[in-house]
Ligand binder design. Sequence first.
Ligand code: F6P
Length: 366
Amino acid sequence: MVKRIGVMTSGGDCAGLNAAIRAIVLHADAHGWEVVGIEDGTLGLYERPMRARRLHPEEFDGILLRRAGTILGTVSHGDPFAFRMPDGSVVDQSDRMIEGMRTLGIEALICIGGDGSFRILDRLCRKGGIPLVGVPKTIDNDVYGTDAAIGFNTAVEVAVEALDRLQPTAQSHDRVMVLEVMGRDAGHIAIHAAVAGGADICLIPEIPYSFDNVAAKLTAVRASGRSFSLVVVAEAVRTDKGEPVARPKPDGGIRYGGIGQWLADRIESELGIDSRVTVLGHVQRGAEPIAVDRVVASALGIHAVDLIASGRTGTVAVWSRRSVGELPLAEVVGRSRPVEPDDILVRTAAGLGIYVGETAACPAVP
Ligand code: F6P
C-alpha cells in the first residue's frame, strides 16, 4: 500500500500548475496518502537539506486553484545524470537524488512536466525503482499523445486577447501589426490564435513560407479596401532563407526571439507599409488559468493519483477526446507533437483565407 507520494513541477511554468497540484493533494488525501511537494524540480532533491515539504489539503482552500505559476517552483535544467555544478562542471547526481527520495519516504512520484522532464525523471525513477507518473504541461502543447497539455489554452487566450487589442490600433494607424508568440518548435499557439484572433497571415515552424506570398497577401488585403493587417508568427519560424533567429543560451540550447521584428522590418522596407511588432513572451505563461486549463489540470491530477493507486505507473496521464487516459512513458518520451500540415486548424485557417505558408491546404494567394 502506498502511503506517501511526491509531486514536483519541472520545466517552464504555465497556467494551471497549482490546479494540478491541488487535485493531486486532495485526491491523495482521499486515498489516505501523504503528499510531499519537492521544490524547484530536481534541485530540491539535490540540495542538502533537501527542499521538500508536506502539502496539506487545507492549503488548497480555493485561492491556489486560480493562481498562476507554481507554488513548488520549477527549473528548466537539473538533469540528474548531467547536473551542472556551481563551478561549471557536469556531474552525475542521480544517486544523491534517489537517496533523497528514499529519505523523504516517497513511494511514487508525480512529475508535472514536459517531454524533457519526463525523459530525465523516467531514467532517474527507473534507476531508483520508484514508480513515476507524468502529467503533461506546456504552453507549447507539443507533448505526444495528449490533445491538451496544461497551460496551452491559457496561452492561446492571452495571444487572442493581444490580437483583440492590436486590431483597433492597427486600424487607427493603417498598420501591419506583427505578433510573435511562443511555442518553441511547434506552431500550436500561433495557429489557434490566428484563427480565433482574425489574423491575415500565420507563419509556423512546421510549414515553409515565401516572403513573396506574405507580401502578396498584405497587398491583396489593402486592395480589398482594408487598410490594416494582423500577422501572427511563431518564435521558431526562420527567415525566408532558412536562417534561424535565435541566440545560444549560456547553459546550452537556444533561445528564440526576433523573427517578428525581422518580418516587420522586411514588410516596411519592401512594401512601404508602416509595421509594428509585439513580442508576447512570458506574458503567455504568467496569466491566471482559464477555465479549460483548470478543468484539464484537475482531471489529469486526479487521474495521475488513480494511476498510482491501480499500479499503472511508468505512464503519462493524457487528455484525449474530453476524457483521460494514459500512455507508457516510453511512448511519449523523445517524441513530439508538431502541427501537421493537414491539421484541422491549418485547414480552418486556410479556409478563412489566412496565409499559412506553402501547403496544399492554402489556396494560391490572390
Ligand atoms: O517551453 C515553453 C516555453 O515558454 C517556450 O515556448 C519558450 O521558447 C521557452 O519556454 C522559454 O523558455 P525560458 O523561460 O527559459 O526563457
